[in-house]
Design a protein around this ligand. Sequence first.
Ligand code: ADP
Length: 159
Amino acid sequence: MAIAVYPGSFDPVTLGHQDIIERSSKIMDKVIVGVLKNNSKSPLFSVEERVNMLKSVAGHLPNVEIQAFDGLLVDFVHKCRGDVIVRGLRAITDFEYELQMSQTNRVIAPGVDTIFLTTNLKYSYLSSSIVKEIAMYHGDISAFVHPVIADKITEKMSP
Ligand code: ADP
């Protein structure tokens, strides 16, 4: 059975993330979405909130699990008995960082490979940071996130 781990901050989950989860769940037997707890980026949503938001948009997929983790990604992958890490690639700007991470992970855990899914063109510009920035100025985020997530963001940002 091929198990993939899809790690990220998901602060908050966007339609771009959802697309990667759905596509990888069709390729792999099981996908574990790993929500990073110790985030130096000081996230808008707590890890529990991020896990719950992911469950509300991807919980219906029978072979997808959502889990929080901290520490080294490769340790989490081993704990999950994962075979591969899945990451999404949007543009050349993602490539350099992703290449460095995947090479590093392979040195510290030689059995763990990374596979990349290229972004769906319609989400190629989309990031959690952009969504937060638009929401901060009360812009319309309905094209970027699931309606349930849009409500959570609005709630979080209202004084
Ligand atoms: P991280 O802080 O680890 O980069 P993110 O939540 O920003 O976490 O992203 C998690 C993964 O999802 C990364 O591999 C990122 O490249 C990918 N990703 C983010 N947004 C998109 C998108 N719009 N299309 C495809 N992949 C995406």
